[in-house]
Design a protein around this ligand. Sequence first.
Ligand code: TYM
Length: 336
Amino acid sequence: MSQAPNEKKKIILSGIQPTGVFTLGNYIGAIKNWVKLQEEYDCAYMIADMHSLTVRQDPKKLREQILSAFAIVLACGIDPKKSLTFMQSHVHQHAELSWILSCNTQFGELSRMTQFKDKSAKHADNINAGLFTYPSLMAADILLYQADLVPVGADQKQHLELARNVAIRFNNNYGNTFTVPDGYIPKAGAKVMSLSDPTKKMSKSDSNPNSFITILDKPEVIVKKFKKAVTDSEASVRMGEGKDGINNLITIYSVVTNKTVDEIEKEFDSKGYGYFKNAVGEAVAEHLRPVRENYERLINDKAYLTEAYKRGAETASKFADRTLQKVYKKVGFIAK
Ligand code: TYM
């Protein structure tokens, strides 16, 4: 979507919060699909910097992380000439639409969000209004671009469902305004699990660094972390119930090598877990190697990054404004 989106193609929108370095979960659950989708559709991908303020941030660190996040997204293969890439805070229409949608979202709906419950428990000293209305801002992100599809991991399903409900409600109350978006959740890898506790989601905010792989981890670190991954006592490389660790490793290996589960089970038949874990580590390290190399080059090219996000915001803003003005008219505001 380097130009205003072509109406004939499906429109894709997704975002990622610039909090900490991205994990293999972010990559497999979301960014890898973003790259795939940009070949076929009109895509818009943003760094959700406004969302990250729902948790306290150090401004200096946040500023670095936003740029780094943008560089990682490009390093993974998002081409700003093919996809619209921008920072959420550069497009003021997100905050504006978010207000209108907040007035069309019920307290009860927001109270049911599991992420709100989890994050309020985790940050009990800072249960701010933004944390509560976060899903309305996410709905605004999606609906502003009239997105058809939203590629996300499984943990964003509930927020996406809310965005759909808000879109349907608004359309019913004010007449057809928004495209009702569908989720694009990968069959394999929608929930990459922690390496140290495979019953939990892999998360960049986990206090144990061995529980997650970051996209920028060095190959030897990746291999080492996989060697420590928690498995089970069965010692057979097969998917199965109660084998959360092995199921997770097989899924990861399958996504990065494009091999089917059957092929993997055959390949490692009669091989021990140590051997398999080493193979997974090496495959992931190899898969992420070009991403890390691209990142090292891009993060040192500030002029290129600045030009890319400025151009992205300019085009995004034009498109977002069309929707916002339509919404303002529908709700009864007077045109400027
Ligand atoms: P965020 O920043 O938490 O995560 C970015 C993407 O990574 C996916 N993800 C995972 N997928 C599989 N396994 C995991 N362990 C894993 N961890 C994270 C997430 O599902 C997500 O797709 N609210 C969003 C950002 C956002 C957004 C949007 C997304 C803001 N506006 C509009 C889509 C559309 C978030 O906090 O994602």
